[in-house]
Design a protein. Sequence first.
Length: 391
Amino acid sequence: MTLKQMLVEMLNRKASDLHIRVGIRPNLRVNGTLEQIATDPVTIDQMDQTIKQILNETQRERFFRKNEMDLALSVAKLGRFRINMFRQRGTAGIAIRAVNTSVPSFADLNLPATIKNLSEKRRGLIVITGTTGSGKSTTLASIIEEMNANTPLNILTVEDPIEYIYRDKKSIISQREVGGDTESFSAALRHAFRQDPDVILIGEVRDLETMSIALTAADTGHLVLTSLHTLNAVETITRIISFFPPHQHQQIRLLLGGTLQAIVCQRLLARSDTPGRVPALEIMVNSGAIRECIMDPDKTVDIPELLETGGISYGMQTFDQAIMKLYKHGMISFEEAMTNATNPDDFDLRLKGITGAADRWDDDKKTTDGSSIDSGAKKQSRDLPTGFSKF
């Protein structure tokens, strides 16, 4: 089976990823589950031919020297793909991800209205986190496209590799790819300030220098968007601080407390109403109370409680609150909700209506005049920023 035939099969089955290894059949990831392609196992010769179809001579030399390579590939009439090549057990392996040619909107992604609010920020640091394949790049792309469509800005992106291709609308967008347009994230960012950017997108922070420049850019009036491979807001704060030596930790806490706009953590859950997946988001917005918890290491552990109670005022939510909304709106099954809940036992109790007197999870409770009810007391009517756009 040729590479093009595998890519066609990938698109026909609406798979997110294609995995090619020597000695086994190619595998597709469809709605989060691996499925084999009905063909013969890949031979060494077939793998060599596939590599030659993807890489030019210079790229092949670099791959065989470093044994690792990331790149993007556009295939006529098929689309754009993100490719990672590596060596395992003495042979090459390839992981290919399909990238939408058009950037999906917030509504397409079922993102909360809080994300749109973040796209209107003009300074500070916004961090999108999650495991590999959780949709971080897509969420970042949707934020950039929202800015592009509505505001005249100079936007600079540094990516490895470039996934989505933007067309200038109200904004102008310069996209730089690590390995092709620039040597590294840090090298591109060192020169970014001379390019008069309003917004800087860093595909991923991987080292101390990149994080240091990102914080400096956010502190000097730019809006910086980036991603990290962390699981929740508290872990993200800890990871950012851990980039720096211990004697700088308190200084970084103060800087982070002053520059951070929000942390958004993502998980993709299998839908039960239609084929596909839907994101569950933990959202932390930097309120006064959150800022105090960032600056004081003894109070950082209090952040999850602030997320639970910060929905109406700031649009914050925990993963379990997000999962509860998805379940109540029939988008995910009970089994999927329990599998992905941070605290399954507490989640089950809340689902059964066994909650504390000060519980603030149920944003759907309303009085007849449309105002929210919290702990039995009627509050003034207001828009809930955490509602999902397609409900």
